[in-house]
Design a protein around this ligand. Structure first.
Ligand code: 5GP
Length: 205
């Protein structure tokens, strides 16, 4: 069985990455709402919470010092400075515990983090969430309205680099419609999707 076989056995650990504003957070929220059997890792971050974000649910919000401490103690499976600004990382313990329990685990992280996980856990399945087009990605980023112009430019710069990394991934899913993309992700994880959608995703060579 090869890494690129979409009929591979159920993945224990799946990494979802993709450019900024492609909708990774929306797909993750849809997974959380519709597929409670999948455990979604809660990342630690030094970014301040946005309105509506709940500590311990969407992220664990940490001070720089608290984040430093997690890094020093080896408590992060991966971590990265994202968009040249804040630090984000995956707490190692909860992921390993869920995997030991046999739960399917999903990490929604950036490209740098995905590369680190590929080094430390090469058996994980790596999924790239792609926008339908560059224009649509820009529209989504501007439409979200949560970042100022400078931050938007910074994120678009990151997105250009991130888009070029698509061939590193085992699968590509185009986020054209959230429920469909989620169901495709679930199918790629080797689980039964609830929706009636067909799995149409490209399998990267
Ligand atoms: P946002 O600030 O919009 O919530 O997230 C910004 C970026 O950080 C997204 O691309 C997201 O995938 C990434 N990110 C979130 N959590 C983690 C993490 O634990 N590790 C890494 N490397 N990136 C993360």
């Amino acid at each position: 069985m090869t890494r690129t076989d979409s009929a591979a056995p159920r993945a224990r650990l799946t990494v979802l990455a993709g450019p900024t504003a492609v909708g990774k957070g929306t797909v993750s929220a849809d997974v959380r709402a519709r597929y409670p059997e999948i455990w979604l890792s809660v990342s630690a971050t030094t970014r301040p919470p946005r309105p509506g974000e709940v500590d311990g649910v969407h992220y664990v919000f940490l001070t720089d010092e608290e984040f430093d401490r997690m890094v020093e103690h080896g408590e992060l499976l991966e971590w990265a400075v994202v968009h040249g600004r804040n630090r984000y990382g995956t707490p190692r313990g909860p992921v390993l515990e869920r995997l030991a329990d046999g739960r399917p685990v999903l990490l929604e992280i950036d490209l740098q983090g995905a590369r680190q996980v590929r080094e430390s856990m090469p058996d994980a399945r790596f999924v790239f969430l792609a926008p339908p087009s560059w224009e649509e990605l820009v529209r989504r980023l501007v439409g979200r309205g949560t970042e100022d112009a400078e931050e938007r430019e910074r994120r678009l710069g990151t997105a250009r680099v991130e888009l070029a990394a698509e061939p590193e991934f085992d699968h590509t899913i185009v986020n054209d419609e959230v429920h469909r993309a989620t169901d495709e992700l679930v199918a790629v994880m080797g689980l039964a999707p609830h929706g009636a959608g067909r799995t149409t995703g490209a399998v990267n060579a």
